[in-house]
Design a protein around this ligand. Sequence first.
Ligand SMILES: [Zn+2]
Length: 150
Amino acid sequence: MKVTNQSNKFIEVRTSQIHNNGVFAKRDISKGTYIIEYKGRIISNDEADKISEREVSDGVVYLFEIDDNRTLDGGSVKNNDAKYINHSCSPNAESLNDNDRIWIVALRDIKSGEEITYDYCLETEDPDDHPCRCGALNCKGLIAIPIKIK
Ligand SMILES: [Zn+2]
């Protein structure tokens, strides 16, 4: 089922085995392709922490940390299909910061129909709140890793 109509020649959004909605290749994508931009309002990481608490209890988090000070709030904008991309412990794409715009870029050739995934590289105090169901052979069981106590 297609849930949005953002025009992107590479991907479509539909129900995923991993979690809720996912993003799928609708054509073959070659390694290195900039598949989709992760769009969002730039907010401070303090503001992001507050949104994160709320979204974690809703079961969906649409935040993308740019650096130590700034986060993209991907839930606040329309036409951000990249927010539906699921985490995988064996991803076929990665996030790339290109002049402060975040892109999801193919790590390898991706076949039409494959789900697009990237490693969220999430750190949190409560990693057990973020179980991973990516199904990869090397799945760590959790999306997040424990944050280092400062
Ligand atoms: Zn996993």
